[in-house]
Design a protein around this ligand. Structure first.
Ligand code: ADP
Length: 255
């Protein structure tokens, strides 16, 4: 799990694209050790929210804090170094690496010691190298990718590319993991593995924020669900409460 569990707090998040108010002053909190889901119809602002947290979009107004660190306005690379991992709707995997290598590289990137201190302590580095390999193997097995570990990452079918992207984000041991439609293109079996993985991460203190259309995954795993509609947060609470909220139902039914 992450070295320092940290809550995500988004306050007054506003973002406009031209005349289109993608986020109209939105609040959201995601606690360490919990799976928080963000749902809502297409175009309601979910990806804009993830982009604003991860530095791929810049809010017009509002704050985004992870623990005590302000993220809003920082570049995506800096936010990633602050312990934020994310996956995208369209997965991308590195060229020229096997599945195992792709995850090991990510695990290496997520370690805390700098290169100099690593080189100065070679015996310790050997142990760390073994730990990185073991961590990569574990997450591959957990996501059912063990059997394709030695295949080229680029050769995987789409669903498995998505799982690999998730494995790479997890291998970096982020304090906050952001997932954009991770179950899309996954089989029911793969979706169930994903649910187990997310629960394991939350159990270790990771803050998990999940944007997802698959309601089985959301209702079966989320501790708290936030609902966006037209850039406004219209509901939040435990899954069973949100699923029975008349306002939420009417938004989904287009009423
Ligand atoms: P969701 O992820 O819930 O489908 P988005 O965050 O992708 O919603 O989009 C919210 C609104 O903002 C939509 O109306 C969308 O068209 C608009 N939008 C998102 N990104 C951009 C962009 N880069 N340029 C212009 N409009 C955008």
């Amino acid at each position: 799990g992450p070295e320092q569990p940290a809550a995500l707090t988004v306050c007054g998040a506003a973002k406009r694209f031209g005349g289109n108010q993608a986020l109209g002053g939105v609040e959201l909190t995601a606690e360490p050790g919990a799976i928080t889901a963000l749902i809502g119809p297409n175009g309601s602002g979910k990806t804009t929210m993830l982009n604003s947290v991860s530095g791929f979009a810049r809010l017009d107004e509002g704050s985004v804090t992870l623990g005590t660190t302000e993220l809003a306005g920082s570049a995506s690379a800096k936010i990633a170094r602050s312990g934020v991992g994310r996956t995208f709707q369209t997965p991308s995997v590195p060229a020229g690496l096997t599945v195992r290598e792709a995850v090991s590289v990510a695990a290496f990137a997520g370690r805390r010691a700098g290169l100099i201190s690593t080189v100065l302590r070679l015996p310790r580095w050997r142990a760390e190298e073994r730990a990185i390999a073991a961590r990569a193997a574990d997450v591959l097995d957990e996501l059912g990718l063990g059997a394709v570990a030695d295949e080229q990452a680029l050769d995987l079918p789409l669903g498995r590319k998505r799982l690999l992207e998730i494995a790479r984000a997890v291998a970096m041991r982020p304090a906050l993991l952001l997932l954009d439609e991770p179950a899309s293109g996954l089989s029911p079996d793969e979706t169930e593995r994903l649910g187990h993985l997310l629960r394991r991460l939350a159990g270790e203190g990771t803050t998990v924020l999940l944007v997802e259309h698959n309601m089985d995954l959301v209702l079966g795993n989320a501790d708290t669900v936030f609902v966006l509609a037209s850039g406004r947060m219209i509901a939040s609470g435990p899954p069973e409460q949100v699923a029975n909220d008349p306002g939420v139902l009417s938004v989904y039914l287009g009423a």
